[in-house]
Write a protein that binds this ligand. Structure first.
Ligand code: 3NM
Length: 223
């Protein structure tokens, strides 16, 4: 790990990792994020992507507003695939996928901020580790409709495989994760779960987040 976050602090932050952009919300993103924080999320990723996503000044303004809320509640604020935005806002880190800028280039730009990388198999994990990822986002674990170009769901076996092969880097599972299936993800070896829909589209966001949080805490191997 290269980040100034300690290993323990990063694993703790990854437990209930909420990802969201304006298109994932049925009401104001500010309200959604505030309620998710009240419910107990431990980290937030601003992911303003997809059809009708904000760009330019509007994207910047929303990011700034959401970061302000995160700062108030001491929730780490990560930016998805927009290094310039992350740099301007002095975000806590960035998350990139396999098709985004190369890992060494991003690392060079962000220094010791958190660098998360999406990986889908052992080969990608090996390269991401070598090139300086601080954590892996592994998915989609379960089927998801949120990411248009998501790969087929892998199930939790990929998590077990990564741990068995000696990958001890912090791992967060992603894709179709809910309070009902989250325990499988943790039992298979992930430190936490990242979710969009399970929180952003919940009727009662505070309640849904609390239930998800409890599912993680209860199944955490270290508790
Ligand atoms: N990345 P939901 S799956 C943003 O597999 C994202 O890398 C994925 O949304 C990957 O919790 C995904 O609504 C969408 O399924 C996750």
């Amino acid at each position: 790990m290269t980040t100034t976050f300690t290993d323990a602090k990063l694993r703790e932050a990854l437990k209930v990792y909420f990802i969201m952009g304006s298109i994932n919300c049925l009401k104001s993103p500010v309200e959604v994020l505030t309620e998710a924080i009240c419910g107990g999320i431990t980290m937030f990723q601003f992911r303003e992507k997809g059809t009708n996503a904000l760009v330019g000044e509007e994207k910047y303004a929303l990011a700034e507003e959401l970061q302000f809320i995160c700062k108030k509640y001491k929730i780490p604020f990560i930016v998805n695939d927009d290094i310039a935005l992350a740099q301007t806002l002095k975000a806590d880190g960035v998350h990139i996928g396999q098709e985004d800028d190369p890992i060494p280039v991003v690392r060079e730009q962000i220094g010791d901020k958190i660098l998360g990388v999406s990986v889908h198999n052992v080969e990608e994990a090996k390269i991401a580790l070598q090139k300086g990822a601080d954590y892996f986002g592994v998915g989609p674990i379960f089927p998801t409709t949120t990411k248009a170009d998501a790969k087929p769901a892998s199930g939790v076996a990929i998590l077990t495989e990564l741990r068995m092969k000696g990958y001890s880097l912090p791992i967060v599972g992603i894709g179709g994760i809910t309070a009902k299936n989250a325990s499988q993800v943790i039992k298979a070896g992930a430190d936490g779960v990242s979710v969009i829909t399970a929180i952003s589209l919940a009727d009662n966001i505070v309640h849904a987040t609390k239930v998800l949080n409890e599912a993680i805490i209860q199944n955490d191997r270290k508790n």
